[in-house]
Design a protein around this ligand. Structure first.
Ligand code: CP
Ligand code: NVA
Length: 302
């Protein structure tokens, strides 16, 4: 059976928990697992820019004994030269798993639906599941069990937040979402007004931030989106700065998937402070994605 990794809400808490537990084992003893994906090959297909996802998948796969090939979507004529189904069938003759970063979540889902080769969502316009699963790993590493923790998101409604909402519903942590009212309306529509149990849209900063264990943000303009001065102006109030951090728990941590736009969505004083976990977040992408690769190609059951 071909397995895919498209969205967190395609999985049960147990399945994701198993992936996280195996990631912990790999992180503790990378050497022990250095051959587990011998003779397996990963393709990386980027239609958008990437530093962390590109390098962490590439190095992570090699450290498990596997091979990596980076595909240039223009050079292979992805979606243009032949049907996508035929490209995937051709690729499946050479590689075992394909990570795709693109601008159309529908196309990504369709790639998986062809069921020719394992597909990983390396970020789409809709979601970024590898990032958020890895962030759950980082929070757990730092603060212990994620259940009943309180995470507060400030800023835009985007792909990272969508996966974070999925995670809050699955892992049972409280997610407060502080975003401008105008964006909130659009966000609820995008979520099809789906009833959320653990995620709350709020507009009261003090209430949302009080008792927060983790403050999270991301860029205000995502890749593929037009820069809008009015949007940037509307988001100014949602910048994570020292005043915001002081409203959260004393030990609260700060997270950002990066790349950051310093002194826009977050001040230098916060991102460079000892509360900031941004570099741990970037590093942990390796272990969680190694575990995802192993889950797709073998299994991670204990
Ligand atoms: N956080 C993240 O996915 O970074 P890149 O866009 O650099 O891959
Ligand atoms: N929301 C950002 C995440 C980058 C990793 C974007 O899509 O550009």
């Amino acid at each position: 059976m071909i397995k895919h990794f498209i969205d967190l809400d395609n999985f049960t808490k147990t399945e994701l928990g198993n992936i996280l537990s195996f990631a912990t084992k790999i992180k503790k003893n990378q050497k022990k697992y250095s051959n587990i994906l011998n003779n397996k090959s990963l393709g990386l297909l980027f239609e958008k820019e990437s530093t962390r996802t590109r390098v962490s998948f590439n190095i992570g796969m090699q450290k498990l004994g596997g091979n990596v090939i980076e595909l240039d979507s223009k050079k292979i004529g992805f979606g243009k030269r032949e049907s996508t189904s035929d490209v995937l069938q051709a690729l499946s003759q050479y590689i075992d798993v394909l990570m795709i970063r693109n601008n159309s979540h529908e196309e990504l889902v369709q790639c998986a639906a062809y069921n020719k080769i394992s597909i990983i969502n390396g970020l789409s316009n809709y979601s970024h599941p590898c990032q958020v699963l890895s962030d759950i790993f980082t929070i757990t590493e730092k603060l212990g069990k994620i259940e009943n923790k309180q995470v507060t998101w400030l800023g835009d409604f985007n792909n990272v937040l969508t996966s974070l909402i999925h995670a809050a519903e699955i892992f049972n942590f409280k997610l407060n979402i502080l975003i401008p009212k105008k964006i909130m309306k659009m966000a609820k529509k995008k979520l099809n007004n789906k009833k959320l149990v653990n995620s709350n849209f709020c507009d009261d900063f003090d209430r949302a931030l009080k008792n927060s264990d983790c403050i999270m943000t991301d860029t205000w303009i995502s890749m593929g989106e037009k820069k809008s001065q009015s949007k940037l102006k509307m988001l100014k109030r949602f910048q994570v700065n020292d005043i915001i951090m002081k409203k959260a728990k004393k030990q609260a941590i700060f997270m950002h998937c990066l790349p950051a736009h310093r002194n826009e969505e977050v001040t230098d004083s916060v991102i460079d402070s000892n509360k900031s976990l941004v570099w741990e977040q970037a590093k942990n992408r390796i272990y969680v994605q190694q575990s995802i690769l192993y889950y797709l190609l073998k299994d991670v059951k204990k």
